[in-house]
Design a binder for this molecule. Structure first.
Ligand SMILES: CC(=O)N[C@H]1[C@@H](OP(=O)(O)OP(=O)(O)OC[C@H]2O[C@@H](n3ccc(=O)[nH]c3=O)[C@H](O)[C@@H]2O)O[C@H](CO)[C@@H](O)[C@@H]1O
Ligand SMILES: C=C(OP(=O)(O)O)C(=O)O
Length: 416
């Protein structure tokens, strides 16, 4: 199993180009199922989850052409299989995103239930309830969601803000007969990016980016070209790395207006941040100050940045209170950070992080994607050598992380 070997203490300075967002690319690739024409995508990140989605779509009969760098062409004109099998869904929960578009276009779909993962139970009841409100007949049988029926527009109010839930219902509604409103909709930039791609494909959508999205169903969608929005979580991760190392970075191909809550917290921690149309620069000249964090749906502070900020707080001046309100088990990095010398106590969904002067390198185990990222950052600033084990989690969501960090001065290599 591959690991990352990191030697801490190297100054971090330089430029990194940010990739397209995993969480936008995945639903947008699934949107290719909504039309028989070709959907052309650029700025698609090279990630394990993208490859899994490619495999899933190809298994359904979608023709996928790619330059194996950042461009994809999807043509779903010969879909023969309306099923997302357990083998693929178990490696990537986002596979549930084929449910809405497949059902809407073909009147039938079967998707293995994703089940939970390390960070929480993660049910998909809201996806199912929303599709039922649109007239789908759904049964859960042998671990699969089996859905059929012709979809009709409906008023849907989700019980909580759900990102992939909103995306599944949004895609389904584009081909439903009549008008659908999704209330309590997710406002994440990735939902907006999906809506913009769907509009380019001929969908009639308004209100994306607010908590009420209105969709007027159309008979069919057509081909389009779309560039995936930059990854705000990758952006935030590298900003945290530079802040922790008291370094200076310029991140290209990214946008400040999709991660304002994160930038505000970095400023509060003492970082100097400047931004232009497609770049963000961070300069940190001092030991970070502890910052309290409470995770909430967008535009508030994202749960996908909680682990990286916990790492920052471990070496900050002062004590931080961190509250995770989205997932019930998202502090698994805390005991691993503690093995590197961090002082963290957790109770329920709250963590108290007392800043220490320094961390020391250790062998640590990644448990999920963002936990892995926090351990990598910890390794960059710790004294001595850190080995991060189980980095397959990292490869799900960070494109060439060791090359990108190596490019700004980190000593980091992949070992067997
Ligand atoms: C591929 C993708 O985009 N993943 C992101 C997406 O995950 P994902 O879309 O799975 O997360 P949700 O927004 O759906 O989850 C939010 C909360 O709602 C609960 N819930 C959700 C749906 C449902 O039917 N029932 C239910 O109870 C979840 O358990 C969780 O407590 O948003 C999360 C929250 O920003 C991010 O951490 C993930 O990176
Ligand atoms: C939790 C995440 O992803 P997923 O929903 O794909 O598990 C994440 O990107 O941090």
């Amino acid at each position: 199993m591959e690991k990352l070997k990191i030697t801490g203490g190297h100054p971090l300075a330089g430029e990194i180009t940010i990739s397209g967002a995993k969480n936008a690319a995945l639903p947008i690739l699934c949107a290719g199922l909504l039309t028989a024409d070709t959907l052309r995508l650029t700025n698609v990140p090279q990630l394990r989850d993208v490859k899994t989605t490619q495999k899933l779509l190809q298994g359904m009969g979608v023709r996928v052409m790619t330059d194996n760098v950042h461009e994809y062409e999807l043509t779903a004109n010969a879909v023969t299989n309306l099923c997302a099998p357990y083998d693929l869904v178990k490696t990537m929960r986002a596979s549930i995103l084929v449910l809405g578009p497949t059902l809407a276009r073909f009147g039938e779909a079967q998707v293995s239930l994703p089940g939970g993962c390390a960070i929480g139970a993660r049910p998909v009841d809201q996806h199912i309830k929303g599709l039922q409100a649109m007239g789908a007949e759904i049964v859960i049988e042998h671990g699969y969601v089996k859905a059929k029926g012709k979809l009709k527009g409906a008023r849907i109010v989700t019980d909580m803000v759900t990102v992939t839930g909103t995306e599944n219902l949004l895609m389904a509604a584009t081909l439903a007969e009549g008008i659908t409103t999704i209330e309590n909709a997710a406002r994440e930039p990735e939902v907006v990016d999906l809506a913009e791609c769907l509009i380019a494909m001929g969908a009639k959508i308004s209100g994306h980016g607010t908590d009420t999205i209105t969709i007027e169903g159309v008979k069919s969608l057509h081909g389009a070209t779309h560039s995936v929005v930059p990854d705000r979580i990758e952006t935030g991760t590298f900003l945290c790395a530079a802040a922790a190392a008291q370094g200076r970075v310029v991140l290209r191909n990214t946008r400040a207006n999709i991660l304002e809550a994160v930038l505000d917290k970095l400023r509060e921690a003492g970082a100097y941040i400047e931004a232009g149309d497609n770049w963000i620069a961070l300069d940190m000249k001092q030991r970070p100050k502890a910052v309290n964090v409470r995770t909430l749906p967008y535009p508030a502070f994202p749960t996908d940045m909680q682990a990286q900020f916990m790492m920052l707080n471990t070496i900050a001046e002062g004590t931080a209170v961190m509250t995770e309100t989205i997932f019930e088990n998202r502090f698994m990095h805390a005991p691993e950070l503690a093995r590197m010398g961090a002082d963290i106590s957790t109770e329920g969904n709250t963590a108290i992080v007392r800043g220490v002067e320094k961390l020391s390198g250790a062998t640590v185990m990644a448990t999920d994607l963002r936990a892995s990222a926090s351990l990598v950052i910890a390794g960059l600033i710790a004294e001595g050598e850190t080995i991060v084990d189980r980095i397959y989690h990292l490869d799900r969501g960070y494109e060439h992380i060791e090359a990108k960090l190596g490019g700004i001065g980190a000593s980091i290599e992949r070992i067997a």
